[in-house]
Ligand binder design. Structure first.
Ligand SMILES: [Zn+2]
Length: 135
């Protein structure tokens, strides 16, 4: 299986953070605005296949990214999704959503059907998120 993260992670969205072991990527689909991924650089299907320190590192990034995303999007809730169907490269999707969203709204977002096309706001979010994750 070809892997988008191994081939060219920038194809999957805007890389807003990178270190030796992980990326944080703002997903290109904007479903919804602020849809982001925490991505391990190593090939693993499941968190339990990472050693504990590697998982803790990813968890810390998840924590930081979630805080920044909620603040920057004014969302109430961060939905998390780990699939691994399109690529066997461990990553967790985060979806910042209002508390008013229903289960159907959230599953529409998973399917890419909750696009918030916002005329440049995504670029501003990308820059603000990258700045927040640098500090
Ligand atoms: Zn890969």
């Amino acid at each position: 299986m070809s892997c988008a993260f191994c081939t060219d992670p920038a194809q999957t969205g805007a890389i807003v953070y990178e270190d030796a072991d992980a990326w944080i990527i703002l997903h290109e689909d904007r479903s919804p605005r602020g849809h982001a991924m925490i991505v391990a650089k190593t090939h693993a299907e499941n968190p339990s296949q990472l050693d504990e320190d590697a998982w803790l590192h990813l968890s810390r990034l998840w924590h930081r990214a979630e805080r920044a995303l909620l603040a920057l999007t004014n969302a109430d809730r961060a939905i998390a999704l780990k699939l691994g169907i399109a690529t066997p490269h461990l990553h967790v999707h985060l979806y910042p959503v209002p508390a008013s969203w229903t289960r159907a709204d959230v599953f529409a977002a998973f399917d890419g059907n909750a696009v918030q096309d916002d005329g440049g706001l995504t670029d501003a979010l990308r820059d603000a998120l990258a700045a927040a994750l640098r500090t």
